[in-house]
Design a protein around this ligand. Structure first.
Ligand code: COA
Length: 320
């Protein structure tokens, strides 16, 4: 059995914040942000919107595209590191809002790698014959955890959600291989210190703290390694891949890998200029846009890859 992607969907909040908008509140410029990251603007949720609201709207679209009814779902996995509450999970909130009465639901915590981790887990359930219809969502609202006076972090992130519906198939398509890996020793380089059981009163702050240079070094290597390892697992060469959809964090990280592997630019999907780093949403949001732009067709071979806090990294090879 393989886990075939039979529907995709995404949602971003309507409010656009441009680099020029940020330059009004912190010592930065459109030129600096564009040349160092590739980002031009990002979407930001309002105070009444939480991760599950974005997840719900993306999931509804993916379900509609798939033709499945919420009652068909047996499992809902939500990758998020900005859940509405510590509990219940976003998965359970989403299950209720969708009316997916027969689905088990839980969250996957692997930050920006979360979607690739959740997709690999969902595929493993399907391959093992445990479930046939699974919803996987990546949803994050990291702008709620930004220190808007810290120019090192506040320019990088945006909010959004993306979703896929998976169905068991006996055809040789869907998720062909998955690779996930963790480097806990590097956890200190990208941290949300407050709000957990170590610091429930958030004395350490509830803002993202990052060593950008260390994360950059890790990210370049992680992207390279995850792509090579997941392709080796599927016995597929770089040249056979039709589209690479890397985590949308920084154009310089993506460019590094594009050059290193000598990939044609049109084979590497990039939308970070419009959204910034949307964390767990980044890969499924990019996938949904690539599908809408007809860049993914029947039989296309695609590689989804990501890296993030933990530190974590992972990838999936998918035949459409
Ligand atoms: N605007 C203007 N100047 C800025 C700035 C901003 N938004 N952010 C940092 N700077 C300054 C720094 O303070 C530094 O000034 P200094 O030399 O006077 O100290 C200078 O620009 C260069 O900073 P540096 O950290 O060397 O820049 P960089 O080229 O490494 O780019 C990042 C910084 C954050 C863009 C880059 O390190 C990065 O993308 N890292 C990975 C982050 C990431 O992807 N995180 C999420 C992973 S899922």
């Amino acid at each position: 059995m393989r886990a075939q992607i039979i529907g995709t969907g995404s949602f971003v909040p309507p409010k656009v914040v441009t680099n020029d908008d940020l330059a009004k509140i912190v010592d930065t410029s459109d030129e600096w942000i564009r040349t160092r990251t590739g980002i031009r603007e990002r979407r930001v949720t309002d105070e009444n919107t939480a991760a599950s609201d974005l997840a719900f709207l993306a999931a509804e679209k993916a379900l509609k595209a798939s033709g499945l009814d919420p009652n068909d779902l047996e499992l809902i996995l939500v990758a998020t590191c900005s859940p509405d509450t510590l509990f219940p999970s976003v998965g359970c909130i989403l299950q209720d809002r969708l009316g997916a009465k027969h689905a088990a639901a839980f969250d996957v915590s692997a930050a920006c790698s979360g979607f690739n981790f959740a997709l690999s887990a969902a595929a493993a359930y399907i391959e093992a014959g445990k479930y046939k219809n699974v919803l996987v969502v990546g949803a994050d609202t990291l702008t709620k955890y930004l220190d808007w006076t810290d120019r090192n972090t506040c320019v990088l992130f945006g909010d959004g959600a993306g979703a896929v519906v998976l169905k068991a198939t006996d055809e040789e398509r869907g998720v062909l291989s998955s690779f996930i890996s963790s480097r806990g020793e590097g956890g200190k380089y990208l941290v949300m210190p407050g709000g957990g059981s170590r610091d429930p009163e958030e004395k350490m702050g509830r803002f993202i703290r990052m060593d950008g240079k260390e994360v950059f070094k890790f990210a370049v290597k992680a992207l390279e390694d995850s792509i090579l390892k997941v392709l080796a697992l599927a016995n597929i060469s770089l040249a056979e891949v039709d589209l690479f959809i890397p985590h949308q964090a920084n154009i310089r990280i993506i460019d590094h890998v594009t050059k290193k592997f000598n990939l044609p630019e049109e084979k590497v999907y990039v939308n970070l200029m419009r959204y910034g780093n949307t964390s767990a949403a980044s890969v499924p949001l990019a996938l949904d846009e690539a599908v809408a732009e007809n860049k993914v067709k029947k039989d296309s071979l695609i590689v989804l890859s990501g890296f993030g806090a933990g530190l974590t990294y992972g990838a999936n090879v998918v035949r459409w």
